[in-house]
Design a protein around this ligand. Structure first.
Ligand SMILES: *Cc1c(COP(=O)(O)O)cnc(C)c1O
Length: 398
């Protein structure tokens, strides 16, 4: 048997087995650990040599090619996306996996911008095209859903700007707010009708999109045929390791028109014949990770049912927490923001549970309580709530 680096196969097997033992031990004792690390930024620099090793240390894991074809279309089905979002749909849509939602949205915006500029400069003679594109590009403006209102579009236009893109939210990061998709589609139908120069609408469902595996949330996708693209992060609430953000478009042509480039060294008969999907044309880098493999493992391991149970359990815990809070809601406190922030900072410093915070509309300081791992049970929700109550009471009496 060939050896690789300093690790032969037996050594590799032992390393892998002991890693698994360690992972299992970690999860068995997870409640006894601090939730956040106690090290300071930069600590690692002191602990590692400043130069790379001279002698090879690495081992290679010889991995068999996995011949099975894995397509994000499985996900389109689970999320109940309209058929047009699939690669086999009538509009030639399709999905691609990016690392993060930010990357996905940036890529979509580039595709939307290119589409818009191509449409509004169609027919311009070649010798004036560069100037026409530059002129149109200077006026472009993109909207987020908080600013989505027909008057916003009108105002932008009155100021000589041209809206070309809008992100609609299906679950904002800080408090899971979602847009009224039907109204957005109706308003845009009026002020920027579908067709040339339309506004590209992208639905950002980075974290709440996981809930779309459950039929009880499928009504959210009922307006998606009126939008252009959609993304969600499997790595947030759908049991997949970071990073894994899936994006679907109704017309993959727009992606490819914006990103396609085929230098001679990447030419091959399969691509030229149009038989394969070159995902490099759907993203900024040329190379990409094989992320669909882990999605495939997750879906096969849990099954759609298992994923639904995971989401529903999270929602049950969220409901339980909401009820616990509502049952205790006290009135008459002055300066709630200061107290909330103090409670938040204290709990995180103590390190038994980890919370995040946000500032909501109207300047309300809020603590965010997020659960997404499969190891959370009702007892942890109740414990966390108890911690919040006890800390708040301590703060009130000091
Ligand atoms: C988390 C989140 C993002 C950012 O996700 P990344 O993958 O870290 O870029 C964007 N939008 C929403 C709604 C999110 O919840």
């Amino acid at each position: 048997m060939a050896t690789t680096g300093t690790m032969d196969l037996e050594g590799f097997k032992q390393a892998a087995l002991s890693s698994i033992d360690e992972i299992v031990r970690y999860y068995e004792n997870i409640t006894e650990r601090r939730v956040v690390s106690s090290v300071k930024p930069g600590y690692l620099r002191e602990l590692i040599p400043s130069k790379p090793p001279v002698k090879g240390e690495q081992w290679e894991d010889i991995q068999k090619d996995i011949e099975t074809k894995i397509m994000p279309d499985w996900l389109a089905e689970m999320f109940n996306l309209p058929d047009t979002y699939r690669s086999s749909g009538t509009t030639l849509g399709g999905g691609v996996i990016h690392g993060t939602a930010s990357e996905a949205i940036l890529t979509i915006m580039v595709a939307a911008r290119d589409k818009y500029l191509r449409e509004v400069t169609e027919g311009v003679p070649a010798d004036r095209l560069d100037d026409a594109v530059a002129e149109a590009r200077n006026r472009l403006v993109a909207f987020g859903s908080a600013t989505t209102h027909s008057t916003a579009v009108m105002k932008a236009r009155a100021n000589g700007l041209t809206p070309f893109y809008l992100t609609a939210s299906l679950g904002t990061t800080d408090c899971c707010a979602y847009d009224d998709f039907e109204s957005i589609a109706d308003v845009l139908h009026e002020v920027a009708p579908p067709g040339k120069g339309e506004v590209w609408v992208h639905v950002d469902a980075a974290y709440a999109g996981a809930a779309l595996v459950c039929p009880e949330y499928h009504h959210f996708t009922s307006q998606f045929h009126r939008f252009h693209s959609f993304n969600m992060n499997l790595h947030k609430w759908l049991l997949t390791d970071f990073d894994c953000s899936v994006t679907f478009v109704q017309k993959r042509k727009h992606y490819i028109d914006a990103f396609s480039m085929t230098p001679p060294y990447l030419r091959n008969n399969y691509s030229e014949s149009g038989l394969v999907t070159d995902y490099r044309d759907w993203q900024i880098p040329l190379g990409r990770r094989f992320r669909s493999l882990k999605v495939w493992f997750v879906i096969r391991t849990f099954g759609v049912k298992g994923l639904q149970e995971h989401v529903r359990k999270g929602i049950r815990h969220g409901d339980l927490f909401t009820h616990l809070v509502q049952d205790r809601s006290g009135a008459g406190l002055n300066d709630k923001n200061t107290l909330t922030e103090k409670v938040y900072t204290t709990i995180n410093e103590e390190g038994r549970i980890y919370l995040t915070s946000t500032i909501l509309d109207g300047g309300i300081y809020a603590i965010r309580f997020c659960l997404s791992t499969p190891f959370v049970d009702e007892v942890h929700v109740r414990d966390a709530f108890k911690e919040l109550v006890e800390t708040t009471e301590r703060m009130l009496h000091t």
